[in-house]
Design a protein around this ligand. Sequence first.
Ligand code: CTP
Ligand code: ZN
Length: 154
Amino acid sequence: MTDDHQLRVGKIENGTVIDHVTGGQALNVLAILDIDGSGGEEISVGMNVPSERVGRKDIVKVEGRELSQEEVDVLSLIAPDATINIVRNYDVVEKHRVERPEEVVGVLSCPNANCITTAHEPVDSRFAVLEDGVRCAYCGTLIREGFARYIEVD
Ligand code: CTP
Ligand code: ZN
């Protein structure tokens, strides 16, 4: 449904389209994917664009990159209705809804400096996914928002 009154972002050739992102969350999606533009990646972002299914949505298109399951798991925390579309040679070859996992392991680092997972021990971080945030399985610290800030750096 394209007409002269609509500005459409171009299709991508190879990569991932993260569609039906909760309105206003696109910049957090980019933060979770560790994309700030400095790496020269080709990124298109639409924010608060009209959607029949969800009213208003954000959309993020990342050329040349397919997301890892860990990244998708964290995305589900801020964009529970998102659709991940894998594009190869301009065609959508895979489409799936994100699912909120029961726990995220080895993805987020605990904000508690005294937590065993942050003490240079060989212990993977482990957070239970709750309705209103995630809770460290070791020390109970709750993270409610700003998940991108807690992504572990390798
Ligand atoms: N897309 C893209 N580049 C491509 C193919 C698709 O940017 N080469 C985008 C489309 O613009 C759309 C999303 O990927 O935003 C999903 O594409 P498609 O499955 O063709 O669209 P719909 O059927 O409308 O998706 P849905 O049913 O999930 O809403
Ligand atoms: Zn902890």
